[in-house]
Design a protein around this ligand. Sequence first.
Ligand SMILES: [Zn+2]
Length: 184
Amino acid sequence: MEYCSSDTTVTTITSPPSPSSPPPPPVASPCAACKILRRRCVEKCVLAPYFPPNDPLKFATAHRVFGASNIIKFLQELPEAQRADTVSSLVYEANARLRDPVYGSAGAISQLQNQVNELQQQLAMAQAEILNMQSQQANLMAIICMEKWQNTIPHQHHSYDNNYQTNMSFLDENLGSLWEPLWT
Ligand SMILES: [Zn+2]
């Protein structure tokens, strides 16, 4: 593989890595990808910037779904500025694919879209309820204002009261006959 040359760095000469020895200092340790692929990691390793040795699961997941050679190919075809995002996307998709082998990330998207639809329905219902409560409040305010108005104009109180009584008895008669069938 061209991303791993046979050059040996100074640090690896002074402390050669072996499976049984404790992990070497961070500078000397190979990237997670080269460690899993059992290859020598070099300074120009295309995978090293995106697969640090302290996160082996990241490469293992992407490798399991896409394969190391595909990941290397993807990265080599892209400018360096886009590689970090590509790796994030590959790892995300690989995790989604392992969780849901049929739909992968599309499954998560569809699930979230359903959730958005449900929440939008709930929001519409809540907004309708707010409008309903606002109109109830307006009605109550109108009644309160009317009562205040009655109290502040005592000389009109009597005549208004008479009219009110008449209107109410008229309403009672009419409503009584209208509502009668409902109570039987
Ligand atoms: Zn490497």
